[in-house]
Design a protein around this ligand. Sequence first.
Ligand code: GLU
Length: 492
Amino acid sequence: MRVRFAPSPTGFLHVGGARTALFNWLLARRSGGTFVLRIEDTDRARSSEAMTDAILRGLEWLGIDWDEGPLFQSDRVGEHTAAGRRLLACGHAYRDFSTPEELARDRANIAALAGEATRAARRRAESLASGEAEERAEAGEPHAVRFLVPEGSTEWEDAVHGPMRFRNRDIDDLVILRADESPTYNLAAVCDDAHARIDMVLRGDDHLSNTPKQILLARALGFPVPCFGHVPLILGRDGRRLSKRHGATNIAEYRRDVLPEAMFNFLALLGWSPGDDREVMDPGEIVRRFSLGRILRKGSVFDADKLAWLNGRHLSRLDPARLESLVNARLGELQGVEAVQNRLDGNEGLLEMLRTRARSVDALTRSVLPYLPGEIRYEPRAVRKHWKRPTQVRHYLEALRRTLDGCEWQTEPLERALRDLAGELGVGAGRLIHPLRVALTGQAVSPGIFDVLYHLGRDLSLDRIGRALETVSEEEPDPALASQTAAAPGGR
Ligand code: GLU
């Protein structure tokens, strides 16, 4: 199977384009076929090299590689023009000398006819005397070349939607060569698909109306007609076509927070289902299970929460060495590289403990920060909630410092010591654990406190308790502040 992805470099690689690329790539990899990348850059004014680069980089990031290309459509303009002339020569096309005013009137009429294609340009061409069109063309009079849409209807068996049928009288005689003889999209695409021997064109539903035109053009040119399949649009949560209103649609914007395998997985499930409940799959599994028959016929909704969830699932399966290097790189950004010749080395257990809770590399990295030497920041909410009785908290923290200092630094002895201490003090263990957690991490939530102690190590844990004792006492003489913060909205 020879398939292609044919983006126009007039914009970034967006979610819909990436999905089209992915589905074609999956078909090729599934069938041992060939995936061709063609850059449709014939719109010189709107295309740019920067966009081409962005598209290639986006594909590479996703792990979508191509077997042929990138081919540039602009390299074959001469062939496209020749094909247009051939259609003219054998009566499948005609010269259209319509003036801009006539064309504007035609457009107004189309609206009045409720979408039915008019044949106004064709009628004007037919009304010319024999030989007149050739003479005027030779004299250099500007004109377009239009395809002469035949009678009848155009049908195909769509790989997604099943039998499709368009009445040809609803299809306008499309321009194939502009006045400067440059080809239009449909002609260029048909020529290039034939040249690359594409046998399956899988693309978004937004191209449905191009398909009968391309089938008719291919037939008129004597090219084999490929199979076509149209994947339903991607929708936002409100059921409308996905757009910037719904959030980022440019794939590059996800690179910072989303793992490529999570995006790959997410895009695959946007319009395809493996047929069971399995959702978390790596690329290899998706390649093995992908099939055209399971592409969904209705639009699928872009659900950012699901993407975040999938990202978390992939994060928790990631190879530890790669996870560590991602976190280290992010730590470098957050703290400066030197600070980070850091304590993650030899501390794989820490990432293992934290990764199961994180949904992004960024969140994971931030959750690592309290375990690195250096100052921690006390979250005001955590302080308000768990340090609200300074005298008592200081009493507990002092007792904890003494008890833990004499303890073997393993989770079990640490736990036993803390629970015994709670017993001696006649309080539940939670009364010690909550203020201790704030002292150690600055936060009200963390993994299990004994794991936290273990990963911080003895010195850092005792240091932090010491620092907390200073901080708690600083706060005591200000009851006015305490009542003020307690009354603040959302302060619980
Ligand atoms: N260049 C077209 C686009 O970006 C795609 C053409 C095609 O898939 O046939 O929408």
